[in-house]
Design a protein around this ligand. Structure first.
Ligand SMILES: [Zn+2]
Ligand SMILES: [Zn+2]
Length: 349
């Protein structure tokens, strides 16, 4: 076993070769660039390997705000909108594939693209589903998830879920507030530069089915903003920490509270959406959480509807204020591998 160690200045260095740290050299485990889970594009949920090194966490972007986390024998989905509207770039992974190994599905909020595959995947895998009461009302209504496998959370404190090697606490977040006028401009701009023609009838039918899958009442849509957006704070037994949220409104009292007494975190899954409106709100999260590694959520554009978010302007702002923070938008399905003890980072292609 490794000695328990919290780096004072957590170095996240790209591991280019096996010249790694003594901790790596002392173990029988492969270097990150040779770790089987870090040399494949196949999510663990879909049958890809788990990390062999018990210190290594593998994070995988699956589109929109979906990430997969694999650590020891835990596989966790952060959001579960695996199928995508035709405008989005497909990850190449289907919900049917994501049924080999899932222990828990942590949902951010009740907008369809964040949860529409959760009941199906939970039914096939027996995964625990954690969600706010609005999302859970829909999940329960599908009749696919066992009562004992649903945990409705409000994020007001004390809602902690324990897994092997780490715990996750639900934290009340805030949905983003992008003015309708901006959304219209963004949509018009995305449509104006789209070179491909309109969707085929099959694509339209697919999108109608997905788009209508998670109906909410006007009252629920109102409540999603301040009461129905849940973030998750991960505390590993070795001191490694992560924060995930899939929509960026202003930061909340609960988010500030969970950071009390913590100078920083290791990984922040931080939303980044809304053109030039986005950097200020994303920076509010960066300043609060001070992650060594920032992985964006909800930043990928979709044809005719939403411009892709450029990482350059955000990356420059982050570097100016936090020279040690890395902001990386991983490619779909690419493994982001971190040794949670040495803080070594490897991003597969
Ligand atoms: Zn969304
Ligand atoms: Zn939303």
């Amino acid at each position: 076993m490794h000695t328990f160690r919290i780096a004072t200045t957590a170095l996240l260095c790209l591991a280019a070769s096996s010249t790694g740290t003594s901790a790596t050299a002392q173990t029988a485990y492969p270097t990150l660039d040779r770790e089987p889970a870090c040399t494949t594009l196949m999510p663990t949920s879909a049958g890809g390997p788990r990390p062999s090194n018990p210190d290594v966490v593998v994070l995988r972007f699956l589109g929109v705000a979906n990430y997969e986390l694999a650590y020891r024998d835990n596989v966790i989905l952060l959001d579960a909108g695996i199928d995508t509207l035709s405008w989005w770039e497909s990850s190449g992974v289907t919900p049917e594939m994501m049924t080999k190994d899932v222990d828990a599905i942590l949902l951010g909020h009740a907008h369809g693209e964040h949860l529409w595959d959760a009941p199906y995947i939970a039914e096939k895998t027996g995964a625990l589903v954690v969600a706010d009461p609005i999302a859970m009302r829909w999940v329960r209504g599908t009749g696919r998830v066992d009562d004992k496998k649903m945990a409705a959370v409000k994020g007001l404190g004390g809602e902690t879920f324990r897994f092997k090697g780490f715990a996750v606490e639900a934290v009340l977040g805030h949905h983003n507030i992008v003015p309708g006028e901006y959304m219209q401009k963004d949509r018009a701009a995305a449509a104006a530069i789209a070179l491909e023609g309109p969707l085929t009838p099959e694509q339209q039918a697919h999108d109608r089915r997905l788009g209508g899958m998670v109906p909410t009442t006007p009252e629920e849509r109102e409540r999603i903003i301040k009461e129905g957006t849940i973030a998750y704070f991960f505390t590993f037994e070795n001191g490694f920490t992560m924060f995930y949220t899939d929509s960026a409104g202003p930061t909340t009292d609960q988010e500030r509270k969970i950071m009390q007494g913590r100078p920083k975190i290791d990984v922040g899954f931080i939303p980044y959406y809304g053109g030039e409106l986005a950097p200020p709100i994303t920076m509010e999260y960066i300043r609060l959480f001070k992650p060594d590694l920032m992985l964006p959520t909800h930043h990928d554009g979709h044809r005719n509807r939403m411009l892709d978010m450029p990482m350059g302007p955000l990356g420059l702002q982050i570097r100016n204020e936090f020279p040690k923070t890395k902001a990386i938008a991983p490619l779909l399905r690419a493994p982001v591998c971190i040794n949670t003890v040495t803080r070594e980072l490897y991003v597969g292609n």
